[in-house]
Design a protein around this ligand. Structure first.
Ligand code: ARG
Length: 588
């Protein structure tokens, strides 16, 4: 279906053109004075300069053309030359009926589907998943689903940190604890054991212990660096340990992401990019881009239009080691080989912005990707505690994601039990759904770049701009529908009738914007705007519900129309939350 804003704009264009004005003046926006009108057009003001006329005269002429328009109920020109628009009720209900029966509720998919790689999650193997990784997972998952919904081919890659110093630390700690293992016997020639030399809980304890030790014990740290280097150069016994670390840790990571309802198409990591590094370095040198500076190999990335000085990108340290940027560049080489994506999106902490600016610029300068390839860095802010500092446990430690989820589920459970409409058992299950919605909505409703305060009381509230409020609205609709099917005889086909009251029209106006919202939110990579939309839609539904007798309505035709309208509202809400990455319980 044509987007509502396009229909309105086209109608205005016709009117401008009919009076001999360039139709590009007919730009329409949502009204910023909802008390006066629903949409507005300020084009007469701009046209006035071109045609040397008074804006109000232009506006009056355009209004005259729209007298018989089926799209508008009311069109007014007001000083100095605004055109205020109100939609025709029958046109609006017709649009609702169109949405009701259409695939994807009337949203047309993008004309040119792209292949998009979204790099998100970014967990580090063998280190516990903490709240710092939460935002990347939540925002990335939403963007992936949004992109798919509007019709793109989207590939989600977790891009694990699986090639760093943590591996050497674990190896050396293991050597201290279990020197008898064959991996530490250089004369060992047999097969390495199939079973990992540690469980997940041991691994979870080994890494922090080793990391702590390396901070006070310089010799241990050097050993760990050496072990990391040996692993990276392919030393077989350490490769064998590394595989065990990967297996054990991945199983745990997968479970954690599944709890968040986040899933990846690719479980690749920095290690997968390593084979591409020698070719990459050679290419950068052959093209004359990489040069030696104080022993390191660097590529200049500064551009004349930069407002601040950007340092060169280091691609090889003086000791010959590759760096984070090298690995990200090599990953792009790999992705070009595998997918030739039209668009790259990285969802990473905003403190890594410089890193990505460097990586994108080198990739383009070196022709790893064409200069016009879309590469977006979606940098996000920090999740803070109520004290305004990065979120911690009550004891001041790093909060593990699992514990955070358990806390929010418990808070959601208590809220549900306050309502006491369901059994304890059902409340437990419902709490998991509501808790996840609270967590994700609490995050997604903020513009990604902003820091936000994790406020468990506010996030789990059934009132206000929260996930549970949206779910509660859906549950309310479900309960209306149940009552209707239990008590009312349905003889009508449920055609939505032209709205006869303000709350009904307001609801329809909100619904009609749905495809516009979906399409622009992905274009702008802005899930927070979908949140704002479903909050507004929920408010409109609840306002309508309070002002309208639905179950008690005696006019069967009217009643059936109401039922279709609230069903459509539920379908739009469900589609939106699904795209954001959470779901709704039947009731709560
Ligand atoms: N593992 C990194 C970290 O924890 C995040 C990885 C982000 N993605 C990337 N392609 N660099 O900081």
């Amino acid at each position: 279906m044509k987007k509502i804003l396009d229909i309105i704009t086209d109608e205005m264009k016709k009117a401008f053109a009919a009076n001999g004005y360039d139709e590009n003046f007919a730009k329409v926006t949502l009204s910023n004075r909802p008390d006066l009108c629903e949409y507005q057009c300020n084009g007469a003001m701009a046209a006035a300069k071109t045609y040397k006329k008074k804006p109000i005269d232009i506006a009056n002429g355009v209004v005259e053309q729209l007298k018989d328009s089926e799209v508008f109920e009311e069109v007014n020109a007001v000083m100095p030359g605004f055109i205020n628009l109100k939609l025709d009720p029958a046109f609006l209900s017709g649009y609702m009926n169109g949405m009701k029966g259409a695939k994807k509720l009337g949203m047309d998919e993008v004309e040119k589907p792209e292949t998009i790689v979204i790099d998100y999650g970014g967990a580090n193997v063998a280190k516990p998943l903490h709240v710092g990784h939460l935002r990347s997972a939540v925002i990335g998952e939403a963007l992936k689903r949004m992109g798919r919904f509007v019709g793109h081919k989207v590939i989600g890659d977790v891009h694990l940190g699986d090639w760093g110093l943590q591996m050497g630390l674990i190896i050396e700690e293991l050597k201290d604890r279990k020197p008898e293992l064959p991996y530490f016997d250089e004369s060992f020639t047999g097969e390495y054991p199939e079973e990992a030399p540690f469980t997940i809980s041991e691994l979870e304890e080994i890494y922090p212990a080793a990391s702590g030790k390396s901070k006070v014990d310089e010799a241990f740290k050097e050993r760990a660096q050496e072990a990391t280097f040996k692993l990276q150069s392919g030393y077989a016994p350490y490769r064998a340990i590394w595989k065990h670390i990967m297996n054990v840790s991945l199983k745990d990571l997968k479970r954690n992401y599944a709890n968040l309802d986040v899933d990846f198409d690719l479980w690749k990591g920095e290690s997968d990019a390593q084979p591409y590094i020698p070719g990459l370095i050679k290419d950068l040198q052959d093209k004359g881009l990489a040069y030696e500076s104080q022993g390191a190999l660097v590529v200049d990335i500064a551009e004349p239009t930069d407002t601040k000085e950007l340092p060169p990108c280091i691609v090889r340290k003086s000791d010959g080691a590759a760096l984070y940027a090298t690995s990200d560049l090599a990953t792009i080489v790999e992705r070009e080989e595998d997918f030739k994506p039209d668009h790259y999106i990285y969802v990473v902490d905003k403190r890594q912005e410089l890193h990505f600016t460097q990586v994108f610029r080198v990739a383009k300068k070196a022709g790893i990707v064409p200069a016009d390839r879309k590469m977006d860095f979606v940098g996000f802010g920090t999740m803070n505690g109520k004290d305004g500092k990065p979120f911690k446990t009550r004891e001041g430690g790093v909060m593990r994601l699992e514990n955070l989820i358990a806390d929010i589920d418990e808070a959601a459970y208590n809220r549900i039990m306050e309502n006491r409409t369901v059994s304890e058992d059902e409340a437990k299950k419902t709490a998991e759904i509501v808790g996840l919605a609270a967590l994700k909505y609490g995050d997604l409703s903020n513009q990604a770049t902003k820091d936000y305060v994790f406020d468990i009381d506010r996030f789990t509230s059934f009132e206000g701009n929260t996930g549970p409020y949206v779910l509660y609205t859906i549950a309310r609709i479900n309960s209306i529908l149940k009552k209707y099917s239990d008590t009312c005889e349905n003889t009508e086909n449920g055609e939505i009738l032209p709205p006869s009251a303000e709350p009904e029209k307001t609801l329809m106006l909100a619904l009609s914007r749905y495809s516009d919202v979906m399409l622009t939110c992905f274009e702008e990579l802005a899930p927070h705007k979908i949140c704002a939309y479903i909050y507004e839609l929920s408010n409109a539904l609840n306002h309508f519900y309070h002002e309208t007798k639905i179950i008690a309505e005696e006019d069967r035709k009217k009643q059936a129309g109401y039922i279709s309208l609230v069903t459509l509202t539920r379908d739009v809400l469900m589609t939106c939350i699904n795209v954001l990455g959470f779901s709704a319980p039947e009731r709560m």
